[in-house]
Ligand binder design. Structure first.
Ligand SMILES: NC(=O)c1ccc[n+]([C@@H]2O[C@H](COP(=O)([O-])OP(=O)(O)OC[C@H]3O[C@@H](n4cnc5c(N)ncnc54)[C@H](O)[C@@H]3O)[C@@H](O)[C@H]2O)c1
Length: 318
């Protein structure tokens, strides 16, 4: 039997590259389509000599076709606040045009489709924790709207292709995920704290540091993607770790894991920064038998070596 073929848009990024590893591990042939806007070839360097793997450098905002395939995992989009603030228009385009193109291809080949959406669809939520049936509280014109509304539109187009064209779609709402291959300067909490701690700099905490986040280790997150991919659920499913930490608790955990003596510095809260974010994962538990296994301290320890190397590599080029 010939192996099934999967396309991963955005596969040179943090999550996409881990997904490629998992798909290859399950016996798929994998084609990444990525324009390297925020992704890196180094994330896929270990797959270079694998004949089942291919990297196609292309912007999916232009129509593309990589030949027949069985599944498309649509992960292309700037994702960190630093990236989507710089690439605001590109973020809106990939969520809209890019999503149309990914869905058109899935339709053409009768392939299955799974798209990465986000907890940002819930905005600054008025319900806590967030269930998939909550419609969110998003500022549609604020600075973060380039990402939040792009993703909400992505979900709308996906559901429309499912309803009008019977494309076999899935939507995963990803909550904060961390692990090796994150960019160390992307403004997200874990890389920020890790880099500051490893460099002996003060850890930057915004506001009073009591706003909470939940952090999911990347292997748990990817396990959730694969389970959802194999299911028949078309409506969104939250995949994230429900264990909530304040920013201060997270900073202290990073100090413990790195053994750093850095102090904490407080800065004003950015606009529209959500005060609380925590997934209700009842649906994923019941439907997919999924729940995260890696706690924050273990995940940070698993990531430590990567962040040490990334900090050293950055220091070497300065
Ligand atoms: N990391 C998280 O915690 C998180 C949380 C919620 C949602 N997500 C979603 O998961 C997906 C992947 O996120 P990530 O953290 O791996 O981000 P990332 O920036 O590391 O990866 C995104 C990839 O998409 C590629 N890309 C962007 N625009 C493109 C285009 N027009 N054509 C082709 N490729 C393009 C980038 O080059 C990059 O390789 C995104 O859709 C993001 O919205 C991530």
């Amino acid at each position: 039997m010939t192996a099934k073929r999967a396309v991963v848009t955005g596969g040179a990024g943090f999550l996409g590259s881990h997904l490629c590893d998992a798909l290859l591990g399950e016996g798929w042939n994998v084609v990444v389509v990525d324009n390297l806007l925020t992704g890196r070839r180094t994330n896929l360097a270990h797959l270079k000599s694998d004949s089942r793997f291919e990297l196609v450098e292309r912007d999916i905002c232009e129509p593309f076709d990589v030949g027949r395939f069985d599944y498309i995992f649509h992960f292309a989009s700037p994702a960190s606040p630093v990236d989507y603030m710089i690439h605001g228009l590109a973020t809106l385009k990939v969520g809209s045009l890019g999503t149309f193109h990914a869905l058109d291809l899935a339709r053409k080949y009768g392939a299955k489709y799974l798209v990465s959406s986000t907890s940002e669809c819930y905005g600054d939520p008025l319900e806590h924790p967030q269930t998939e049936t909550y419609w969110g509280n998003v500022n549609p014109i604020g600075p973060r709207s380039v990402y939040d509304e792009s993703k909400r539109f992505t979900e709308a187009v996906t559901m429309a292709y499912h309803r009008y064209h019977q494309v076999d779609t899935r939507i995963v709402r990803i909550f904060n995920t961390y692990g090796p291959r994150m960019q160390i300067n992307d403004g997200r909490v874990v890389p920020n704290f890790m880099k500051q701690a490893l460099c002996g700099e003060e850890l930057t905490v915004y506001g009073n540091g009591l706003q909470t986040r939940s952090f999911c280790y990347v292997s748990d997150e990817v396990d959730g993607f694969l389970r959802l991919a194999k299911s028949d659920e078309h409506l969104p499913v939250n995949i994230g770790n429900p264990n909530e930490f304040t920013m201060l608790e997270c900073a202290q955990m990073v100090l413990k894991v790195t053994g750093s003596k850095s102090q904490i510095r407080y800065e004003p809260l950015p606009q529209d920064d959500p005060k609380q974010r925590r997934p209700d994962i009842t649906k994923a538990q019941q439907l997919l038998g999924w729940e995260p296994k890696v706690d924050l301290e273990t995940g940070l320890r698993k990531s430590l070596e990567y962040f040490q190397q990334a900090v050293a590599a950055e220091a070497a080029v300065k």
